[in-house]
Structure formats: structure tokens, C-alpha cells
Design a protein around this ligand. Structure first.
Ligand code: ATP
Ligand code: MG
Length: 354
């Protein structure tokens, strides 16, 4: 986090919006002298031919709205947590094979060198940037659920099924499922992702790839859930993305419908609070909504705004007060500590993944 404070002094980055909050700024926009491949809700992706620079900003979204104010340090926290998991999963164990993934390094010095960027951007990129192998992302979000919540709960309430899978009657909100379920969804360019059946996944990916991503998703979920369980946390559900390595000119190439036998890489972010529902095991109580590990201060405040008729959950999102920003930042920092077992200060700085 020290490096983020340093970034505040960096006036060299045109378009970098820095929100002062005590001594800690939030980074919500970033301009680099590189072609931008994509601008997501949280990440900015810059194109380096056969690699990408993924910069996690401090932007936060809730109820599909991205807020004008960022959460100081959130981008570093998410990058640090993803890096922790990529290193863990990439190593493999006697019981679980190594998972091939896209991360090349989080070492900001190496990234700046390889991207031909000026040293002045180092403090801004440090901690929040991953150099990754560029892939063609599969057009399916690989969701795994161990507990009944979110869109799965809504589907179950409607017809007792989730993504075409029939579940036993009488399940309550937040109940543990008998076995983790692979519940894929479309990767919508705009609007909500839509849950799809496994048959539909086979139609989109072909049978070989569909089965591989299902099995890999379930196996990564189980490994992640086991590690989190040791830390007193439940992995209620999570979303993985997989991609097929792309060449330097693959920027706008159509996404593959089928790619039998192709390399498959785990991409994007992994098992972070933004891609997962993580619950405190000791507080788990089915029958109602579980407190969100990270965004609860934000959600509580927003629900209060709605209850008071000050917001209708549609854009534009309200301006977040300092106290909500601070509490949410504390929650993300705590999430980092709980998940990785390390302090966020130095752990996710410029030290690289190799
Ligand atoms: N190795 C990779 N190759 C190609 N694209 C990637 C790779 N890793 C991640 N991406 C893409 O980069 C984007 C990350 O940006 P971000 O997470 O902000 O976007 P988003 O997915 O629109 O938002 P959200 O996660 O809230 O749905 C995603 O679209 C993801 O598919
Ligand atoms: Mg994303």
C-alpha cells in the first residue's frame, strides 16, 4: 500500500484520476502509451502482441453500477490474491495436477521494461498489474457453486433446477449443496450473464472442451475451498475463465467455438472476493443472506439509500461517503490477510511471480 501512496505524487500519467483519502489515493482511470485491448468494470487491458498487461484499478461495482469513487488499494489486493492462487494452483500437488495459467509476472520493473514504458509509471503499476499470456477467452463463464445463492437461488425458487440440474426439494438460501455444481453462464458483452445448461455449453464449446473446463473448474474449486476452509472461510461460489493461447495478431479474432486438444489456460482473476462469494464459516447460517466478506459495508449503505428513496439501483450510482469507502477498503485488506495468510503491505508489491 505504501507504493500506492507514492503514486499520488505521480502527475506524469495523464488521465489518472486520484481521489485523496487521507494519505491513500484510489486509482480509477489509467492511461498508458499502449494500445488498449479492453476496458472492463475493474481492469484495463493493454495489448502487447502475444501478451496482455492487466491493470486492476480501484474501481468497485455493485448492483451492476460502477461507482465514481474507487476503493484505495483494491486493485492491488485483487492482484495480490490472484497471484497467490495462480502460484498455488500452478505448482500442483501429489493429489492435484498443476493448473496451467496465464500469469507471467507481477514484477512491475520487469513489466515496465518489457512493455517499453517510462519508469515514471512504475509506482502506479506496482502491485496492481499482471503481465499475462494473451488468450482467446472461451465464450462461457465457468461458475462452480458449493452453496445455494445468487442466480442459482432464483432459478431453484422458480423450478427446482439450476442450469438444468434438478436439486432436492426444501433447500434454503445459503444451504450447502450435496456436491459442488458446475453451473456455466454466457459471457455477456453487456448486461447480465445468463446461466446455461451443460448441453448448451457443449453446443458452444464442443464436447471435449466442455468436459475439460467442467472437470478443471470443479477441481480448482475443490482445491480453493479446501485452502479457504483451513482459514475458516467457505467458498460459496466462484467464477473461472479459461482461454486458449493466442498469437500476436489475435486481437479481434473470433472466439473459438471448438478447440479439441488445445492448450487451456486459467485466465483473468482467480478466487478473489470480486469473482467469488466467500463467507465466514463460523457465521454461516442458512435461511437468509450471508454477510458479504468484502462489499457488505457498501451494500448496507446502498440498501439504506434505497430504503430512504434516495436511489433506485439504477445508474447513475450515488457518490460514496468517506466512511463507506474506508470500511470497504478495510474489508478488502482483511480479505487479503485471511485468504493469503500474509500482510498486504509488501507481499503484493514489485516482487514478481518469476
Ligand atoms: N489472458 C487473457 N487473455 C485474454 N483476455 C483476458 C485474459 N485475462 C483476462 N482477460 C479478460 O480481461 C477482462 C478483465 O477485465 P474486468 O474483469 O474488469 O472485466 P469484466 O469481466 O467486464 O468485468 P466483470 O469481471 O465485473 O464481469 C475480462 O474480459 C477477461 O475475459
Ligand atoms: Mg472480470
Amino acid at each position: 500500500m505504501k507504493r500506492l501512496a507514492e503514486a499520488r505524487g505521480s502527475a506524469t500519467l495523464g488521465g489518472t484520476s486520484v481521489t485523496p483519502l487521507g494519505s491513500r489515493p484510489a486509482l480509477t482511470r489509467i492511461e498508458l502509451a499502449l494500445p488498449r485491448a479492453r476496458s472492463g468494470k475493474v481492469r484495463e487491458c493493454f495489448d502487447l502482441g502475444d501478451r496482455l498487461l492487466l491493470v486492476a484499478t480501484d474501481r468497485i461495482s455493485a448492483f451492476d453500477c460502477v461507482f465514481a469513487r474507487g476503493i484505495p488499494g483494491k486493485g492491488s489486493i485483487l492482484t495480490g490474491i490472484s497471484r497467490f492462487w495462480f502460484e498455488l494452483l500452478g505448482a500442483g500437488t501429489p493429489a492435484a495436477p498443476a493448473v496451467p495459467h496465464h500469469l507471467l509476472t507481477t514484477d512491475a520493473r520487469r513489466i515496465v521494461d518489457e512493455a517499453g514504458l517510462p519508469a515514471s509509471v512504475l509506482p502506479v503499476l506496482a502491485g496492481r498489474t499482471m503481465l499475462v499470456r494473451k488468450t482467446r477467452p472461451l465464450p462461457v463463464e465457468c461458475v462452480v457453486r458449493g452453496y445455494l445463492e445468487g442466480s442459482a437461488l432464483a432459478e431453484y425458487a422458480h423450478d427446482g433446477r439450476v442450469c438444468g440440474i434438478r436439486l432436492p426439494p426444501g433447500l434454503r438460501r445459503g444451504d450447502r449443496l450435496r456436491t459442488p455444481l458446475f453451473t456455466p453462464a454466457t459471457k455477456a458483452e453487456t448486461g447480465h450473464d445468463e446461466n446455461i445448461s451443460f448441453d448448451e455449453t457443449v453446443r458452444r464449446l464442443g464436447p471435449e472442451l466442455a468436459e475439460r473446463v467442467r472437470d478443471l473448474s470443479l477441481s480448482v474449486y475443490r482445491r480453493g475451498a479446501a485452502v479457504l476452509a483451513e482459514r475458516g472461510l467457505l467458498l460459496a461460489d466462484t467464477k473461472f475463465e479459461f482461454g486458449i493461447p493466442a498469437g500476436p495478431d489475435a486481437g479481434d479474432a473470433p472466439r473459438p467455438a471448438r478447440a479439441e486438444g488445445a492448450d487451456l489456460l486459467l485466465i483473468d482473476e482467480v478466487l478473489t472476493p470480486d469473482s467469488s462469494r466467500i463467507w465466514e464459516a463460523s457465521a454461516w447460517e442458512p435461511g437468509h443472506a450471508q454477510p458479504s466478506f468484502d462489499k457488505q459495508p457498501l451494500r448496507d449503505w446502498l440498501e439504506d439509500q434505497v430504503a430512504r428513496g434516495l436511489w433506485d439501483k439504477r445508474p447513475p450510482a450515488p457518490e460514496l461517503p468517506d466512511v463507506v469507502v474506508l470500511r470497504t477498503a478495510e474489508r478488502y485488506t482483511e480479505a487479503y490477510r485471511r485468504i493469503t495468510g500474509a500482510e498486504p503491505t509488501e507481499a503484493n508489491g514489485t516482487g514478481g511471480a518469476g
